[in-house]
Design a protein around this ligand. Structure first.
Ligand code: HEC
Length: 158
């Protein structure tokens, strides 16, 4: 009798502990696995469309926002403006054109940004940017008015 109680009593003390710790482990595992399931199923799925949507809107957004910008960019490329101008800040033969939209209105007293850019394209010799040669061809005034306007819209987007 005494022996049996001795044998039973450790069990009856250990069993609730085992049950509790087993429950804790099961709950912890369930929490972990459901967390990681969500994380696993959420993570690979979410970034893929995110990456795709980040990649696609960049070029198409610009074109969607203002078709004149995209068309002006084509005129810029087709007329070798790129041979002398970067669209960044670095100067090539001519000044880098990043931020030209803001500078344009301050170049010549009394000229708005549009007026200055229009003249800079059609009659580049009329105003020479400090530190540069009068090296821009004066032939772009022959471009159709629509292309020059798109070009100006593109330049102001830089
Ligand atoms: C052969 C080289 C050359 C080509 C090609 C050229 N440019 Fe220029 N451009 C220059 C130089 C040099 C200047 C700076 C001298 C001046 O003000 O005329 C300049 C100045 C400018 C400016 C004024 C920049 C400022 O900071 O005020 C604009 C705007 C401009 N160019 C736009 C264009 C566009 C648009 C085209 C193409 C249609 C083009 N350029 C083609 C050489 C060139």
């Amino acid at each position: 009798m005494g022996y049996q109680l001795m044998r039973l009593s450790p069990f009856s003390r250990v069993t609730p502990l085992l049950v509790v710790s087993a429950l804790v482990i099961v709950i912890a595992l369930a929490a972990c696995s459901s967390d990681s399931e969500h994380a696993d199923s959420g993570n690979p799925v979410t970034p893929i469309p995110t990456l795709v949507t980040i990649d696609t809107p960049d070029p198409s957004d610009e074109a969607d926002a203002d078709p004149a910008v995209a068309s002006g960019e084509e005129v810029f490329a087709a007329n070798a403006c790129v041979a002398c101008h970067s669209t960044g800040e670095n100067d090539v033969v001519g000044p880098g054109l990043a931020g030209i939209g803001e500078r344009a209105g301050t170049r010549v007293a009394g000229q708005s940004a549009d007026e200055y850019l229009n003249e800079a394209i059609k009659a580049p010799g009329a105003f020479i940017v400090d530190g540069f040669a009068n090296a821009m061809p004066g032939t772009f005034g022959n471009l159709p008015e629509g292309e020059i306007n798109d070009l100006i819209t593109f330049l102001k987007s830089l």
